[in-house]
Design a protein around this ligand. Sequence first.
Ligand code: SF4
Length: 176
Amino acid sequence: MVENQKDKEFIMDITGTHIWYYFICQREVWLMIHHIAPDEDDENLDIGRFISEHSYTRNKREIVIGNIKIDRIRKEGKQLVIGEVKKSSSYINSARFQLLHYLNTLKKMGIEAKGELLFPEERKKEIVEWTEEAKKELEQAMENIRRIARMPIPPAPKKISFCRKCAYREYCWAEE
Ligand code: SF4
């Protein structure tokens, strides 16, 4: 697809969901950005459902700031701490960069914060901090997402464990 107005719209609006999927499957990022409908009969039809199912829903109080949704906000002394609550640490790298994207978005608004990933069922917690180095990695990922978005066809499918629960599995692997 050549770069046109439609490309610019989605290039401008990279979300936490795009970042989350980027670290799992770049083909899925392309399919989502290009609004390719997943298998209508698939139980994972709602593309956001998987993420929310892997988020911790008990006592959930989401806070919406701009286009980001934050699970928890608290103060630690003078430090603002934003928390992302997940059911499992299976996709921890995706979760780290999703949270880093939130920290970066807040920083652009002039809000300094620290992040924490919370895995209550595993009794685990990981601190995520905005640093220049982390920001560079995030920007590299965002640049790659833009590059993927401009590709005329999606990246070839690669069989990964996530395919088993992916709403696009029929689309990618129907001939197997
Ligand atoms: S089925 Fe696998 S290769 Fe295809 S989009 Fe989903 S995760 Fe990616």
